[in-house]
Write a protein that binds this ligand. Structure first.
Ligand SMILES: [Zn+2]
Length: 309
């Protein structure tokens, strides 16, 4: 699972280094892995022929830097999947956590005090470290609530911080376009749904969860030919989605859904619910950490094979 990717042209200086990703792709090939899509992994398992030694790359949200990097890194031979927030690509919203980042980066206030959980909390904003901490606390709050309350919270902070949130995201938080998505799709990068607005599904009522899941999948079906049949839960920790959300994705035609829980794919359990809670490892930034993930199973086999009697 990849996050943002360094892209000096879009002003993204933090994130994965594309040359490191390239190096990891080569390492996978050298070690005999096949690089496939999550769709391939699930479909093979459903057909009773689970893939061996396979790895799949995924990118979440649909930022422009991800599209720019994916066009260079991935192809039919080295596929990947990008899970996009459909309203974000449509240009009708940008993410609440990006807005918080924007506010805390631009405010001139040295502190703000806001009501939270029936008490007042003060966020200190005197230096970059304090701003970062304030942003983290605010994002954590947004991730514990539904989208409506989260939006209200972000708007309150925006007023207190005296920062007007622009209608469209700044350059560093621009989405890719549907044209980008279609171009990527032709290159071999599958496009899958990641809701309409990126709410924490577990906190949404049934009707809202239905709208977020079904309508994002429908939008992608409208825009992209043969899209991914895998859905991606926003944030994706076990506190962020429920069985209901997996069932909604299944009803909308998906064969699986990815979480952000670290771990390998549970092959062999073809018709159970585990395809709707597929684990993913975050792409590490260090080669050793990457090797540890991809060689773990190999090493385990070796140890069993050479176990002293
Ligand atoms: Zn996301």
């Amino acid at each position: 699972m990849l996050h943002r990717i360094q892209d000096p042209l879009s002003g993204i200086t933090q994130g994965h280094d594309p040359s490191f990703i390239q190096e990891c792709i080569q390492t996978l090939r050298d070690k005999g892995f096949q690089i496939v899509t999550v769709d391939d992994i699930v479909a093979a398992n459903l057909a009773g022929k689970p893939l061996k030694k396979a790895a799949a790359f995924t990118l979440d949200d649909g930022y422009l830097d991800q599209a720019n990097a994916a066009k260079k890194l991935f192809s039919q031979e080295t596929p990947a999947t990008i899970f996009v927030i459909t309203d974000f690509i449509d240009g009708t919203m940008w993410q609440l956590d990006s807005k918080l980042k924007y506010i805390f980066r631009h405010t001139q206030k040295k502190q703000i005090t806001l009501p939270l959980h029936s008490k007042q909390i003060t966020l200190q904003l005197r230096n970059p470290a304090e701003r970062k901490l304030a942003e983290r606390k605010a994002v954590a709050f947004v991730n514990q609530t539904d989208f409506q309350q989260g939006t209200h919270f972000v708007n309150t902070i925006s007023q207190l911080a005296d920062i007007e949130i622009p209608e469209q995201p700044p350059k560093s938080h621009k989405p890719m376009s549907w044209d980008d998505a279609n171009e990527l799709n032709k290159l071999g990068v599958k496009i899958g749904a990641h809701t309409r607005k990126h709410p924490i599904l577990k906190h949404e009522e049934d009707q809202r969860a239905y709208d977020e899941i079904h309508n994002s999948i429908e939008r992608i079906n409208e825009k992209i030919s043969s899209p991914s049949k895998i859905f991606c839960y926003p944030v994706g920790r076990d506190t962020d989605f429920s069985k209901r959300d997996g069932l909604l994705a299944k009803q909308a035609g998906c064969i699986g859904a990815v979480s952000a829980l670290p771990g390998y794919y549970n092959a062999g359990e073809s018709n159970n619910s585990s395809n709707f809670s597929i684990n993913r490892f975050s792409m590490p930034d260090k080669k050793n950490d990457f090797l540890q993930i991809i060689l773990f199973i190999e090493n385990l086999k070796e140890k069993i094979r050479y176990k002293p009697k």
